[in-house]
Ligand binder design. Structure first.
Ligand SMILES: [Fe+2]
Ligand SMILES: [Fe+2]
Length: 273
């Protein structure tokens, strides 16, 4: 089974840019790239920071755009989103006042988590949401795939961890208690390719579809930005494996295919023995 992860699309007013990049244009580029190479994907999930300022017009545009997109899509919100404004446009995501829910695919049950806390960029997984997650995990045999915005483990990048998940330890203990039935945890927020595990369950993230960060460990106070390529994720879930790619669709340099003249010209003096 194949699924697509997009993250941190940060939609803005038409023509407005972030880091010199147009989020709407880059989102459309990502969708076109996904359709070209992955029209057979069973599900696409966008893991939050849908709108840069939580503007209703961004959600209306997103709804219209996704209505015309042939791959089923599910959404999480992030710290840049406004839950009330989002739910005004996507009311079907309302579950107990949070943007959370489920969707079954052939590989199991996907759970979409809400890690947003109003008026802060840090994430929260409060008691009410923990109860919801435990109920989901105990009420179905699984296996499960989890999707969320904030990083569920420390990155050890100081500025990033100051806007991390404040209830991370409690969240990880719930995941750990059900580790044998959770195949993978997907997250966004960091605008960085990341991999690791929480409570024994593998987890990964990727660069967003617009602006990119950089793991600048020497900077301890401020977040970092770079011009690394825009990306989306492709995930394959097999019976006994999970494979996650980060596809840098924003890369505009050459890609040389073996056997082509370009590949032959690029190849190979260092490889000839
Ligand atoms: Fe973001
Ligand atoms: Fe974020």
């Amino acid at each position: 089974m194949k699924l697509i992860q997009l993250s941190d699309i940060h939609l803005t007013a038409p023509g407005a840019t972030i880091g010199g990049r147009d989020p709407r244009r880059n989102f459309e580029r990502a969708l076109a790239h996904v359709l070209r190479d992955h029209h057979d994907a069973e599900l696409m999930v966008i893991t939050g920071d849908l709108s840069d300022w939580g503007d209703r017009d961004d959600y209306l545009w997103l709804r219209t755009t996704l209505d015309a997109f042939p791959i089923p899509t599910r959404l999480c919100i992030g710290n840049h989103d406004r839950r009330d404004v989002f739910l005004g446009v996507f009311p079907e995501y309302d579950d107990g006042g949070f943007v959370q829910g489920m969707h079954d695919v052939s590989a199991g049950r996907c759970l979409f988590l809400d890690t947003v806390e109003p008026n802060t960029h840090a994430g929260r997984y409060c008691d009410a949401r923990q109860v919801w997650l435990q109920r989901q995990l105990t009420g179905h045999p699984g296996p499960f795939l989890l999707f969320m915005h904030h990083h569920p483990m420390p990155t050890h990048l100081g500025p990033m961890d100051r806007i991390g998940l404040s209830d991370g330890a409690a969240f990880r203990s719930i995941v750990g208690a059900h580790r044998n039935r959770i195949r993978h945890v997907f997250f966004g927020h960091c605008h960085l390719p990341l991999a690791g595990s929480i409570g024994g369950v593998p987890t990964s993230s990727l660069r967003g579809t617009n602006h990119a960060s950089f793991p600048l460990f020497s900077e301890t106070a401020m977040l970092s930005a770079s011009d690394l390529p825009q990306s989306y994720g492709v995930c394959f879930v097999g019976a006994d494996y999970v494979t996650v790619h980060m596809v840098e669709f924003g890369y505009d340099g050459p890609i040389r295919v073996e056997g082509s003249p370009e590949y032959t010209a690029w190849d190979r003096e260092t490889m000839v023995r």
